[in-house]
Structure formats: structure tokens, C-alpha cells
Ligand binder design. Structure first.
Ligand code: ATP
Ligand code: MG
Length: 347
């Protein structure tokens, strides 16, 4: 089908700290690449919290999100002191963002990493498991947290992982569970993995027990492709995997719901370097690239991704990446300009 030329409305939050700088750079690159989006800016984060709204997001912002169904979010600061709820948790719960998708890629030799061949996508279930928030005090000395795993929850996340693999040209999906011990909960997750997997004979499939699976990510990340796993395991292995790419500042992530999806960088608002024009916009830009694929503008996504890779490979780096292969250390805007100049060049 021919791509639509109509602009897709997208809700955008500029965020706190380095947020406005990296969002400015990201939007500039998207515009230069011809992304067909119409940003609607909403206010979230520090200012909203400090105005007395403990959720950090105003009611009008929800209206925009329900209209556009696509959210590009810069990092925000949760003010210190009690009473403020995590905006990420609020957004995830309210919008039913059941899948957290985090690509973890090594960019050796441009970024130091213990593993130069790593290209793993972690698909983490985001609503159930021990995060369902069901905790009890049974006696003075006994506390209990319930691990909740549902068949519909398993079906949604596992189908998402297989569809992601197929649409992104991935070859294998690995299921990580502890079903030798938790035979009912993790057992159900793996059972659904096998059932749904049967509908995807073109995609390789395997199961790892989470303990040895995590160890293998740390020692042999190149053997993994897409990994699907329940919430808690996913939380832990996403950080392990991001850490061993050596490039936490270069990673974006997606939070996918049935109706709405949110895209962001995995790092925080970096108040220590805010306003200095030195922040690396790459994490947010790569989140925006995932967003473009989601709204069916994969051609533009590819064009931006190639130009970005080319920039990194040409040694044009923000200060956080400075290393042996650096030819020029640039600020946020100059980095964005370098990406723009490389749009449409062959990789
Ligand atoms: P938050 O509480 O918002 O998560 P944080 O300080 O815990 O903030 P980050 O904001 O992720 O965590 O910052 C960790 C370190 O990495 C800081 O020194 C910060 O300057 C640096 N950093 C994070 N993101 C970037 C970026 N995009 N470009 C350059 N440096 C960054
Ligand atoms: Mg932090």
C-alpha cells in the first residue's frame, strides 16, 4: 500500500533537565528527514508536580494522549521529598502499556564494550507478575507479595514478541522463565509461548531458565535475538543487557499498549549537564526511530537510523562518547546538524 502523506498527530513532552535540548534536536532531525508527524506539546514533570499535582501530569495531557495514541516523551525529574508518584508508573498503568521493548546494541569500536557483537531486543511484560501491587501483611513477622500471571497477559506479550520479530526481520525468540520452580505461573507463560510459537514456524524458538539465561546474556550476548520474559526478570535483564552494551546513553525504548504507545530514552533528565548544550540526543532519537516504525513510517526511520550510525562512525561524538575513534567532540545541536547532513547518504 502507498504510504499516506497525511501527518500523524503525536503527543510530545519536552521533559525536565536536558529534556528540552534533546527533544529539540530530535524533532529537528525528524523534520529534516521528512517524518510525517504533527507534534502536540503537553506539560508533564517537575513544573506540574510543583504546582500541586502529585501525578505530574495535567488532565488535558491525558486528552491529548487519548486522541493521538502516540507519545514521544523526554526524561522528567521527579522532585525529591515524599508524596510524588512516579509518572512512568502512572502513565504505564493508566494507558495499559503492557510491553516494554528495549533494543540493546553494541556500537564497538565507537563505544567501549565487553562484547562487540550484540544486538538483542528485550520484550518485557509490563503489568503483571510481582508488579501487580498485591502485597499483604499476614502477621507481625510475615509479609506476602502475590505473583500474578494471567493467560490473556501472557498471550498479549508473547504475540507481541513474535510479531515484533517477524516485522523486524528477527530470526529467533527466546523465552526466559523459572518454570522448573514456579510451575503454575511461569509454567503458564512458557505454555502460552509454545502455543503461540506454533503459529510462527518461520521464527526460531527456545527457552532458557532465567538464572542461566541472564548469565549467558552477560557472557554470550551475540547468541540472543529477541527475548520475551515476565516483568521482574525483564526489569533485571534489561539493565544487565543495556549495561554491557556500554552505551546506556545511546538506548531508546518503547512502551506498547493496546491503544497507546510511548517512546523515550532509557536515561534520566541528567540535571548535572542541563542547559549546557552538551547532552547526547541519541537515546531519545532512537526512541523516536522506534516510534516512526510503529506509525508505519519505517522508510523514514531507516533513513534517520542510517544517518545517525554514519555520524557515530564518522567519529562525531558528544562529550559522553569521547574516545579513541572520536574525530570531533560536538554539542547537542551540532550533533543533530551532523545527522541532518547525513540523511539520505548511503550507509
Ligand atoms: P534521574 O533521576 O532523572 O534518572 P539520574 O542522575 O539518576 O537522573 P541520569 O539522568 O540517567 O540519571 O544520568 C546519569 C549520568 O549520565 C549523569 O551524569 C548524566 O549527566 C549522564 N547522562 C545521562 N543522559 C545523558 C545524555 N543524554 N547525554 C550525556 N550524558 C548523559
Ligand atoms: Mg535515575
Amino acid at each position: 500500500a502507498a504510504a499516506s502523506t497525511e501527518k500523524v498527530p503525536v503527543t510530545v513532552a519536552l521533559g525536565d533537565g536536558i529534556g528540552p535540548e534533546i527533544m529539540g534536536a530530535t524533532l529537528r532531525i525528524l523534520e529534516a528527514a521528512g517524518a510525517r508527524i504533527a507534534p502536540q506539546v503537553i506539560e508533564i514533570g517537575e513544573k506540574v508536580y510543583l504546582s500541586g499535582n502529585s501525578a505530574g501530569i495535567a488532565p488535558e495531557a491525558w486528552d491529548s494522549l487519548r486522541r493521538t495514541k502516540v507519545f514521544l516523551k523526554a526524561p522528567i525529574t521527579t522532585p525529591s521529598g515524599g508524596g510524588y508518584k512516579s509518572l512512568n508508573v502512572t502513565v504505564r498503568k493508566t494507558l495499559g502499556l503492557y510491553a516494554n521493548v528495549r533494543p540493546c546494541v553494541s556500537y564497538a569500536p565507537f563505544v567501549d564494550t565487553p562484547h562487540d557483537k550484540m544486538d538483542v531486543v528485550i520484550v518485557r511484560e509490563n503489568e503483571e507478575d510481582l508488579y501487580a501491587g498485591i502485597e499483604h501483611r499476614q502477621t507481625d513477622e510475615v509479609f506476602q507479595c502475590l505473583k500474578l500471571i494471567t493467560r490473556p497477559g501472557c498471550e498479549k506479550i508473547i504475540r507481541y514478541a513474535f510479531e515484533y520479530a517477524r516485522s523486524h526481520g528477527r530470526r529467533k525468540v527466546t523465552c526466559m522463565v523459572k518454570d522448573n520452580i514456579m510451575k503454575m505461573t511461569d509454567g503458564l507463560f512458557y505454555k502460552v509461548f509454545q502455543e503461540i510459537g506454533a503459529e510462527y514456524p518461520d521464527i526460531g524458538q527456545e527457552r532458557f531458565i532465567i538464572d542461566i539465561g541472564s548469565a549467558r546474556i552477560a557472557t554470550h550476548p551475540e547468541r540472543f535475538d529477541v527475548i520475551v520474559t515476565p516483568n521482574l526478570y525483564g526489569d533485571i535483564i534489561s539493565d544487565i543487557a543495556a549495561e554491557i552494551t556500554g552505551s546506556v546513553g545511546l538506548a531508546g525504548s518503547a512502551n506498547i499498549g493496546e491503544h497507546v504507545a510511548m517512546f523515550e530514552a532509557i536515561h534520566g533528565s541528567a540535571p548535572d549537564i542541563a542547559g549546557k548544550g552538551v547532552a547526547n540526543p541519541s537515546g531519545l532519537l532512537l526512541g523516536a526511530v522506534m516510534m516512526l516504525v510503529h506509525i508505519r513510517q519505517a522508510d523514514i526511520a531507516q533513513k534517520i537510523h542510517n544517518a545517525w550510525l554514519r555520524t557515530i562512525e564518522d567519529g562525531i561524538h558528544t562529550a559522553d562518547l569521547k574516545g579513541e575513534k572520536t574525530s570531533r567532540v560536538v554539542g547537542t545541536d551540532e550533533f543533530a546538524q551532523a545527522v541532518v547532513e547525513r540523511l539520505g547518504q548511503l550507509p
